[in-house]
Design a protein around this ligand. Structure first.
Ligand SMILES: *Cc1c(COP(=O)(O)O)cnc(C)c1O
Length: 386
């Protein structure tokens, strides 16, 4: 079976996790801050807060930015549901901005039009969540400029994008955002089984994020409302959660981080080879913005349905029949029943819907071999010829 995405676990990873298992701290030990430091060193961000998933990181990022009832969060419909759900967790309302048909990311021009309209009705968003689909960064300079003009905050959902860069700088440095979120789910670029991290350059946001990660509880006298009763003392100063990452996971994250650059280079080799092998087939290949270096989490092809005699579904099923576990990223979030019940309709975001009718994520991870790539392309060639 060839999967669309898959983790790479080495003996180095196993040894690191085993070492934690033999230690006294299975959670809240020294590995967490070492893992956070490794990601700060890579990205250049000033602060990092490791948590148990990117979903948790998105949630506390919204809380830290004071998103609440009466506020709006805008994101792209072409994402995993978590990028939108984080707004609903806070009681805010969620709306979407259609995608750029070339990058498949949130389109800054469409965002601007929507902002102009929203300003007139007094419904400007408090938070916008751009998602770096497949690891290709959004046009963050444009989105950031709109944020300055219209006064919204920015959370980058970089779940696909650790190891990539934008205008020559690492994704996650938060130059164009308040907070950047990474995911370490096994299909992503590096893994901690479950896990996520929130990056920021703002010390105040970092303090809030780390409070929210663990019940809103602090042992830091500087954050307390009164002097400590004694050495046992702690205070709950906010309503937080238990979103902590374990030391087992952080130890895995540390060793995975040592291979990040290698992983992304390998993904680039695979992408380049696909581009070559697929060049004569009736598919649209993923376009790359010249100022970006993708982390290549996904390799998405779009079928030119007017040039082939079979349906999208048939091609997808042909892959699966050959044990090639292709996938589709993503079902537009606004078409999910939960969002339909909030009033969204089919047709609301035509670019994302058109993309959904044509897209297939073919296998892309560091362990994909050349023979497997050749097989994937052969199956596709036969599927579109039939
Ligand atoms: C995977 C993913 C998430 C959620 O990540 P978890 O770590 O599984 O919570 C959020 N957003 C996007 C775009 C993702 O791909």
């Amino acid at each position: 079976m060839i999967r669309y995405g898959q983790q790479d676990i080495t003996q180095q990873d196993i040894d690191a996790v085993t070492e934690v298992l033999r230690s006294v701290n299975l959670t809240q030990g020294p590995s967490i801050s070492r893992f956070e430091q490794a990601v700060m060193d890579h990205t250049g961000a000033a602060h990092a807060v490791a948590v148990n998933s990117a979903t948790s990181a998105l949630h506390i990022a919204c809380v830290a930015l004071d998103l609440g009832p009466g506020d709006w969060l805008w994101t792209t419909p072409n994402t995993f549901v978590a990028s939108a759900n984080c707004g609903l967790y806070c009681g805010a309302r969620v709306d979407f901005v259609d995608i750029d048909p070339r990058t498949y990311n949130l389109c800054p021009a469409t965002l601007e039009q929507k902002l102009i309209a929203a300003e007139k009705t007094g419904q400007l968003p408090k938070v916008v969540v751009p998602v770096h689909l497949s690891g290709q960064p959004c046009d963050m300079a444009a989105i950031h400029a709109l944020g300055q003009k219209y006064g919204f905050r920015i959370i980058e959902d970089a779940s696909h994008a650790i190891g990539g860069s934008y205008k020559g700088e690492p994704i996650g440095n938060c130059r164009y955002s308040d907070i950047t979120v990474f995911s370490f789910h096994p299909v992503k670029i590096i893994t901690t089984a479950e896990g996520g991290m929130a990056m920021t350059n703002c010390p105040d946001l970092a303090t809030r994020l780390s409070l929210l990660r663990s019940h809103g509880i602090t042992r830091d006298a500087a954050l307390m409302t009164q002097p400590m009763d004694g050495p046992w003392y702690y205070q709950q100063v906010a309503l937080g959660f238990n979103y902590r990452m374990t030391d087992l996971q952080a130890a895995l994250g540390i060793t995975q981080m040592t291979r990040l650059t290698h992983y992304v280079e390998r993904r680039h080799q695979i992408a380049d080879r696909y581009a070559h092998l697929l060049a004569d087939l009736p598919v649209i290949l993923p376009w790359q913005a010249p100022d970006s270096y993708s982390a290549w989490h996904l390799y998405v092809i779009r079928l030119k349905l007017d040039r082939i005699g079979v349906s999208h579904r048939k091609v997808f099923e042909d892959f699966r029949a050959h044990d090639i576990m292709v996938n589709l990223h993503y079902i537009p979030v606004h078409t999910q029943p939960y969002y339909q019940q909030m009033g969204f309709r089919q047709g609301d975001y035509p670019q994302a819907e058109q993309y959904y009718r044509e897209a297939i994520s073919i296998p892309m991870h560091p362990l994909v071999t050349e023979a497997e790539q050749d097989f994937v392309v052969q199956v596709l060639r036969e599927a579109v010829a039939s």
